[in-house]
Design a protein around this ligand. Structure first.
Ligand code: AMP
Length: 403
């Protein structure tokens, strides 16, 4: 079965065509700056990638370009749309409604629209992606895979905020988490790599990219996660502050004469590594600057690693121990220096990084010492595969139900 996996952002449309039987990626690409004069389309795998400047007024037009690139030209992956069996959509916010992936129908679309209040940019974009698929491939089954559904196992003590209860009742203000599909993949894959049942393990998963989140997975169930009502909470990130004293918000509004929206923008787009270093949200640039003696870059580095270290401590306490810590995404997979700083001093907790293995690059690997009580693993995340697999499972289920 070939599944087209779509991840629609406010001005982008990312896609992968995945063959489930062979677990292979047949094509991938992204339309960026959709709706602007600088729109472009990247299509192809590795060396075969081509970048095409292409006008696209909206996600509907972007989808037309994607389908054309998949089925024609030198880099085509399939001969016709008949070879796409189903479509899986990444949806950021599933709120209280969705504790698992679902086949998309009108009722599901209404709920995704209702939840857009909690994730205006993301859920709105996903709806545009769904609409575009209905335009060009009305006959294909579609599945919604929610970033939040993995965290439905959190108990109220983990997801409630200590603010008046009425705001939970009135607005649904609680922790929903994010990156759930990535954390689910990492935990499942860690158990496979360790040749253990996930039900026997306590795992901490760390998705450290431009956006960062960590989760505690206790015997196969997510019990806590660092992102909250929105993906602003938790760890320090590339441009996001993560958790800060909430009193800073009214302070800035009052002293800088800012609106709440402006403060929201500062915390989302001008904080984190960028805000502290004043250089970049990209850890590579911050690393270079710190190695050249820039104090603020060094401070940003230290704050970032400290932020991860503190969550490791929290989650060990929450689960009463840990068997495996998994690192993933741009920083987690690639930055040996950050990994060294995160694990420095954790030896008394039985967490011992192997400094030689830590220097290695690429792919899945164990980077703890042979006698470390806790395994440290690097696993490249694969949200697209997870979305394709959920889509496959649900479509198969519905087909067998129809027989
Ligand atoms: P992602 O959001 O998963 O694409 O991760 C993006 C982040 O990964 C960027 O901000 C980079 O700072 C970081 N990154 C990627 N490669 C490296 C590397 N070799 N060393 C340090 N950071 C890296």
């Amino acid at each position: 079965m070939n599944v087209l996996v779509l991840n629609a952002g406010s001005s982008s449309l990312k896609y992968q065509l995945v063959n489930l039987e062979t677990r292979s990626v047949l094509a991938k690409g992204i339309c960026e700056r959709v709706g602007s004069d600088e729109a472009f389309h990247k299509h192809g795998i590795d060396d075969n990638e081509v970048v095409i400047d292409a006008p696209m007024a909206d996600h509907n037009e972007a989808m037309a370009l994607v389908l054309e690139a998949l089925t024609s030209g030198e880099n085509k992956a399939i001969d016709s749309l008949d070879q796409i069996d189903a479509i899986g959509h990444r949806i950021v916010q599933g709120g209280k409604y969705f504790d698992r992936s679902v086949l998309i129908d009108d009722a599901v679309i209404d709920k995704i629209a209702e939840l857009a209040e909690l994730a205006p940019l993301h859920n709105g974009a996903a709806l545009m992606g769904i609409e575009a698929c209905r335009t060009y491939m009305a006959d294909k089954p579609m599945v919604a895979v929610f970033d939040t559904s993995y965290f439905h196992t959190l108990q109220p003590k983990a997801y409630m905020y200590p603010i008046p209860y009425e705001y939970y009742e009135k607005y649904g203000i609680r922790k929903y988490g994010a990156h759930g599909t990535s954390h689910r993949y990492l935990a499942d894959r860690a158990a496979e790599m360790l040749d253990e049942q996930i039900d026997d393990l306590k795992i901490i998963t760390c998705h450290l990219g431009n956006g960062c989140s960590m989760s505690a997975i206790d015997h196969g169930l997510a019990v806590d996660t660092s992102m909250g009502l929105t993906p602003l909470d938790g760890l320090m990130m590339g441009t996001r502050s993560g958790a800060i004293d909430p009193a800073i918000v009214p302070f800035l509004i009052e002293h800088e004469g800012l609106t709440s929206q402006e403060v929201n923008d500062i915390l989302n787009k001008k904080s984190g590594l960028l805000g502290i270093s004043g250089i970049s949200n990209d850890l590579r640039s911050v690393r270079t600057a710190s190695e050249e003696g820039n104090d603020r870059a060094q401070l940003a580095y230290e704050m970032y690693s400290n932020s991860v270290k503190k969550y490791i401590g929290q989650y060990i306490a929450v689960m009463g121990g840990v068997d495996a810590i998994v690192l993933s995404a741009g920083v987690g997979e690639n930055c040996d220096k950050m990994r060294r700083m995160i694990f420095a001093g954790l030896q008394p907790l039985g967490i011992v990084l192997d400094l030689e293995k830590n220097k290695g690059r690429g792919g899945e690997r164990v980077i703890s010492t042979d006698d470390s009580a806790v395994q440290i693993l690097v696993i490249p995340t694969n949200e697209e595969y997870m979305i394709a697999r959920d889509t496959f499972d649900l479509v198969q289920e519905s087909l067998s139900a129809d027989i």
